[in-house]
Design a protein around this ligand. Structure first.
Ligand code: AMO
Length: 443
């Protein structure tokens, strides 16, 4: 161990000139400095063949003792999974992956692992997700997992680009809060100095307050839900894309959400062709409008088939599946019973039993929900009371409404749920960097 450590070198003045994927047969003769992890070592006589993995891809490195005894000796000490830097020349090579390899004249060993990971980082056999999550940072060195997170990055950048283009301002709202936004349950209590406080379930009330000045706002941030769900679709900490806009209603919010999803699906499939190949998935093509069904239509359909359901019940995944009869893809369910939705969703003026709320589903999975908001302080007070909440706890919010609020609407979309759809993962934990669920608080 000590001997291995003392053989390590400093970065010194070396700085990367290329990523593996910058090189092609056309790079023949170029001087390069590359860094990465040794994915494999193969020796053929005195020659060492390495595959180097950096954050973009893989490249073949050939170390020939003819170049110098010093580098050949170092290469012999190399272990799989070591972090190295190499300085040398690219050369076109038919048999190498992507038709190019690098012949180094210098090698720096930057880190040698003191133990092997519990699974082959570059192999085809995938260990159980639980095992991988136990050492997630190392799991994320696997090319297939890196590909998932590159797709995530493309989607997040796409969301920002789309909303920025349409005049939305990115905001940040408090995650340490004094009262619930989505009802009293499912909050994580914390100690805030000497007072009880909570982790925010949603930016809902703050994003609404912000439309009074900025009119179009969005936030991409964490939401915390203390539900004891141990399903493949729930996280205790997930990422929400929250959008809120003034002078519009829920129809405009649905239009915007539909356009946003189509945009990021198209953009990620254009940007991430290699990544989709690595995860073995054909990128989605979304053609046609997302269907917009009303709660009433689904309710009648279920009743006609003899499904036991009462008006106002939430729709379970199984009920939605059965009402859909094989219809897949994205669709909206709108016009929910007012009592089934949160206090801030606006009841219809001509039929207050029904509200201007919607959910977006993909198959039977809810991806987003939103609606036109209650914008009158008086109505908001009475909706809080009807929902069993105490207006005193919401004074800080109601006060703002007393100064007047513009009509507004918006939605919150689960980023990980959208990513499950785009990357066809069955388990939400696959698309969260360090997932949190009722039985996982580390790493
Ligand atoms: P809602 O509670 O429906 O609405 O949440 C919005 C979306 O967030 C995602 N989501 C979750 N994803 C993973 N794990 C969870 N535990 C989890 N909880 C929610 C879902 C869901 O559709 N304030 C409203 C939104 C609004 O009206 O603007 C809200 O929070 O994809």
């Amino acid at each position: 161990m000590e001997a291995a450590k003392s053989a390590l070198e400093d970065l010194g003045s070396w700085r990367r000139t290329h990523y593996s994927t910058d090189l092609s047969p056309g790079s023949d003769g170029e001087e390069v400095i590359l860094f990465g992890i040794v994915a494999s070592v193969r020796r053929q006589g005195a020659i060492s063949f390495l595959i180097l993995s950096d954050c973009k891809g893989l490249i073949q490195i050939v170390i020939d003792p003819k170049v110098g005894q010093d580098i050949a000796q170092k290469a012999r000490r190399l272990r799989r999974y070591s972090f190295i830097g190499i300085k040398g020349r690219a050369r076109a090579m038919d048999k190498a992956p992507r038709g190019v390899e690098v012949a180094p004249t210098e090698l720096k060993i930057l880190a040698i692992p003191s133990k092997d990971p519990p699974f082959d980082m570059f192999g085809r056999r995938v260990p159980s997700l639980e095992k991988r999550l136990d050492i997630r940072a190392v799991d994320m060195r696997r090319p297939q997992v890196k590909a998932l997170f590159k797709i995530r990055d493309s989607v997040v950048r796409g969301i920002r680009a789309f909303l920025c283009e349409r005049g939305f301002m990115e905001v940040n709202t408090p995650k340490l809060i004094s009262s619930a936004t989505e009802g009293g349950s499912a909050l994580f209590p914390i100690l805030y100095y000497d007072k009880e406080a909570f982790l925010a379930q949603s930016p809902q009330l703050y994003k609404e307050q912000l439309v009074g000045s900025f009119e179009r706002v969005y936030e991409i941030g964490p939401i915390f839900r203390a539900e004891r769900f141990s399903t493949d679709r729930h996280l205790s900490e997930s990422t929400s894309v929250d959008v809120e806009m003034a002078y519009v209603d829920y129809n405009d919010a649905m239009d915007l959400l539909e356009e946003l999803i189509k945009y990021v699906v198209r953009r990620s499939s254009e940007e991430c062709g290699e990544e989709f190949k690595l995860i073995g998935v054909e990128p989605m093509a979304l053609n046609g409008a997302f269907e917009r069904l009303s709660y009433g239509e689904i309710f009648e359909d279920l009743r006609e088939r003899g499904v036991p359901i009462s008006w106002g019940d939430d729709l379970s995944a199984a009920q939605i599946r059965s009402a859909l009869e094989g219809r897949g893809g994205f669709f909206f369910v709108k016009d929910w019973p007012t009592r089934s939705k949160a206090f801030y969703i606006k009841p219809k003026r001509d039929d207050p039993k029904i509200c201007e709320g919607f959910d977006l589903f993909f198959g039977s999975m809810e991806i987003a929900s939103g609606g036109t908001r209650v914008d009158s302080g008086e109505l908001l007070r009475s909706r809080l009371i009807e929902s069993g909440l105490n207006p005193i706890s919401f004074k800080y919010h109601l006060d703002v409404f007393d100064y007047g609020m513009p009509p507004h609407a918006g939605f919150g979309m689960g980023l990980e749920r959208l990513l499950m759809v785009i990357t066809r993962r069955e388990n939400i934990r696959e698309v969260a960097f360090f997932p949190r669920d009722p039985s996982r608080l580390v790493p």
